[in-house]
Design a protein around this ligand. Sequence first.
Ligand code: NAG
Ligand code: NAG
Ligand code: NAG
Ligand code: NAG
Ligand code: NAG
Length: 474
Amino acid sequence: MKKANNSSILFILVLWLLMVTTFFTLLVEAKKNHNTKTKMHKNKKHKNVDHRNNPPNDANSPVPIPDKGTSTYPTKSSVFNILTFGAKGNGVSDDSKALLGAWNSACKVTRATVEIPSGIKFLIKPITLQGPCMPNLILQINGVILAPPKIGSWPKSSLYQWINFKWVQNFTLQGSGTVDGQGYNWWGTSQPNQKKKSKKIPDIKPTALRFYSSNNVTVRDITIVNSPLCHLKFDNSKGVKIDNITISAPESSPNTDGIHLQNTQDVEIQYSNIASGDDCLSIQTGCSNVHAHHINCGPGHGISLGGLGKDKTAACVSNIVFEDIIIQNTLYGARIKTWQGGLGSVKNVTFSNIQVSNVKVPIMIDQFYCDKNVCKNQTGAVAISGVKFNHITGTYSVQPVHLACSTSIPCIDVDLISVQLEPTPGYSGFQQELCSNSYGKSMGPLVPASIDYCVRSGSDYVKRISRSHDYYCW
Ligand SMILES: *[C@@H]1O[C@H](CO)[C@@H](O)[C@H](O)[C@H]1NC(C)=O
Ligand SMILES: *[C@@H]1O[C@H](CO)[C@@H](O)[C@H](O)[C@H]1NC(C)=O
Ligand SMILES: *[C@@H]1O[C@H](CO)[C@@H](O)[C@H](O)[C@H]1NC(C)=O
Ligand SMILES: *[C@@H]1O[C@H](CO)[C@@H](O)[C@H](O)[C@H]1NC(C)=O
Ligand SMILES: *[C@@H]1O[C@H](CO)[C@@H](O)[C@H](O)[C@H]1NC(C)=O
């Protein structure tokens, strides 16, 4: 019994101990919870203080600041006005940061528009506007954007281009405004209002607008003027539409190409006016499926494919159509130029319905292209095949047709169809057509009639030579 009694007392004691332990454990837990809650509350208070010190329009804020009235409708397009992002808009202060701020905010929003308002001038230093962005981004230029006029104010590391669009997709650049490269100090031509001769001009000169590695881009309605070098360039891109743009620079400005394409496919260029000191359209290696139509070109150097194959490099250009084009007061009209010693091919190029007026040499294939006085003769050339000159009419002031094809690799399937070229009235010293190593067919009417002999029907042997040089391009 005693033993039993002892066991009972022990049992009660253990039970009591358990209860006491549990009680204290619960008490401690409850206290802990209370402390944590107080701490959290304190933290919240602390954050609020921080927030007040950093208002939402701080430069570090990731929150976009759309214009008034659009923010409440997230499904509607949002407008990001450069003025809202601190632009001065006096044409002298550097507004690049404001443009970059507006771009970066708009980039995150679907169907956003970055707006450069009309009637205001903005000075923009060299800048990269980078994607990828949300779909359907628009840069709306209604005002004027100006490049730095002084060469010295361009950073040495940013001489390749002024405005660099990089990795953008499904993007539109549009508006009634003007992009002004203020390039006169770069041209090395003296301006009447320029007393001092400009300092040494760097070898690298900036292109005004460059699209690099970009897809499905539309450029429309804008005016681009006075670039230090090329006005609008696309490289390594795909899916380009250029519509209703105007490009202009003085005839005396060197190397100021209008539109320059390299390694770019699926391009349509239409209803545009281009006058500059170099090629209106310049198509370089890696381009295919380009359709340019309803273009006014001149003054300048005309429409040009190349120069291709410089320094024994390979070039591949195919499926290019130029049609319904008016070319006036230019050095050349429809031209393909390649360097001696190159590799690769130019295939399937059509120049159709080109109206020329006072063009020095309206039709030209030059496989001896050389920008110095003398270039060494070399065997090997970029093989040219399938070039149609169809319905080229108007006036020339030096030579109507110049087809100088490679002696080692002749041009094949070069067709002259309805080519009618008369001397420009009032000029003298005309030259006869020059035609060598080109094979194809001709179809009347042909003026002068002698150009009928420019293209001969090619033998299978000639075709084999040309095609054996095709292997480089696919
Ligand atoms: C972007 O994509 C949309 C939808 O596919 C299309 O409607 C629009 O035309 C495209 N814009 C450009 C510039 O490619
Ligand atoms: C072409 O661009 C001009 C200038 O921006 C504009 O006024 C005109 O409406 C545009 N035309 C078409 C057909 O879009
Ligand atoms: C470009 O547009 C075409 C046609 O709308 C579409 O099929 C393609 O996926 C687009 N490419 C890019 C990279 O946006
Ligand atoms: C030539 O180019 C045109 C235009 O790009 C294209 O429609 C046609 O199919 C091409 N022809 C050949 C034989 O590749
Ligand atoms: C190069 O070849 C062309 C055509 O055969 C010839 O007229 C010219 O004199 C040559 N030039 C030189 C520098 O050898």
